[in-house]
Design a protein around this ligand. Structure first.
Ligand SMILES: [Zn+2]
Length: 166
């Protein structure tokens, strides 16, 4: 799922609850729940990530970076820099960051036994992939996930902000 959609969902929870004990676990859970919903991806999924060329990796990192930056900027603007929203927005995207660490850990585990931390990254990645929706056409044009994932999430965030700020 597009990172910005996870970010908006996490932010909505932060704004709505304003309680870190509820908001942080709930923001994490939203990540996995949203990944279970059928959706398109804008970048390839799976273990072949490590076999990409330098150019493909650069393109992917650029997209992921733009996705994160635009998601956080839109969240900051909609919530007027609400600290709860920004914090839970980051929490909600952490599983995708952990996934990248899982790929690196799996890669290094091919040559030497993984450390305890690396085993945790690998376990997170396995769980994440296990529950993740699997049949998406991953080569979807970029506008499609933007329209059906990102837009509804930011509209939801906008409504939650309006509701809470009265
Ligand atoms: Zn994910």
């Amino acid at each position: 799922m597009v990172g910005a959609a996870h970010i908006a969902a996490g932010a909505a929870i932060g704004v709505a609850t304003k309680n870190p004990w509820v908001a942080i676990p709930a923001a994490l859970v939203t990540h996995y729940v949203l990944d279970m919903v059928p959706h398109h991806e804008y970048m390839p999924q799976g273990d072949h990530l490590t076999s990409l060329t330098k150019g493909q990796t650069g393109h992917m990192l650029f997209r992921a970076g733009a996705d994160f930056t635009i998601g956080m900027l839109a969240t900051a603007i909609i919530t007027q820099f609400n600290i709860w929203a920004l914090m839970t927005a980051i929490v909600a995207i952490i599983p995708d960051g952990l996934n990248s660490l899982g790929v690196l850990a799996m890669q290094s585990a091919e040559t030497k036994p993984p450390s305890r931390l690396q085993r945790m990254f690998i376990a997170q990645r396995k769980f994440h992939r296990l529950i993740h929706f699997k049949k998406g056409p991953y080569d979807a044009p970029l506008w499609l996930p933007l329209l059906i994932q990102v837009l509804p999430m930011f509209i939801l965030l906008w409504f939650v902000v309006r509701l809470v700020s009265g």
